[in-house]
Design a protein around this ligand. Sequence first.
Ligand code: ZN
Length: 369
Amino acid sequence: MKAVITHGIGDASVEEIERPTPDDDEVLLEISQFQLSITEVWMYQGKLSISAALRERIERGDGRAFGHEFCGTVVETGADVAELAVGDRVYGAGKLSCGSCPYCTNGWNVLCERSETIGLGEYPGAAAEYLAIPTEPLCAVPDAVSDREAAALQPLADALGRVHDADIYTGDVVAVIGAGVMGNQCGQLAQYFGAAETFAVDIDPEKLRLAERFGMTGIDASETDPVEALRERTDGVGPDVVFSAVGGDQGHATDGDDPIAQAIRAVRKGGTFVQVGIVTAEEMRFDPTTMRKRGVTVVNPTGHRGIHPTGPNNDAGEYAAELVASDRVSIDQFAGIELDGLDAFEELVEITANKAEYDTLGPAQISVR
Ligand SMILES: [Zn+2]
């Protein structure tokens, strides 16, 4: 089979390697479509560090890295696999837990001490024709969801976990700072969870237009101070819940104009702040007095991202797929430029790193078959 093999920072090639055989607890997937998250792109470009496990794999020549956002079909099952069958379509909603830390052995795999993202630790990623992997992070894809949508589903499962954790109540006012993929999806989900009004703050008119198409109220941060605008539109109070869906290098959480600081300044007293984007700064300043006086609750996602249980009946991975299948949440607008074949890997990185230049809102995808 063909696979993208990473040799080092910014250095990968497509190679012919042996097709893996699934272990007893694994399935073999034929990958149809995958994309890279911006986090993976930054890792490939050396802007973010990679795990020790992945570094070791690359050094010993097994650089099947990246590709945790994918759609694949089960073509073989290990002896112990009962929950998936040959022919099932799946996407990688969650992470892999270690099975042996105190959290895992007590049934709290969602908080595993050594959980890893598919393709970023000991397990290879989906930038290949086939992938052998335990079933734990996989979720079945309903027929009504296309391969292209399924490959873009993982961020929605992640967003769903965060919106669930934010405890939005019917009638709440919600704001998202940053209306890209995750911001837009948090906004759509907040409305679905009962928000009375949802504001979307961005500087990109196209993202604001898209947010408004989904019923959010756009605020153009290039024309107005978003914190003042949010206060004005809530009688001076501020939104109940604010998501900051902007990543990158941000150094101050309570002063200045970093998106996190805008979110924490904008949220009402006693409100909830949820960080969604990946922050790359090594240090961030929080003024404890500001946080205490304003009584802001900071919510971090608990654990395992997409497989996050939303209750005994469901988990975020399954439910995200159902929401798309039933047209209650739309992600199609964020499934980006489609490229043909693994040889387009460098183009995939280039487009995903510079989405605005390529006039696309979502990460590019590779159609493997
Ligand atoms: Zn564990």
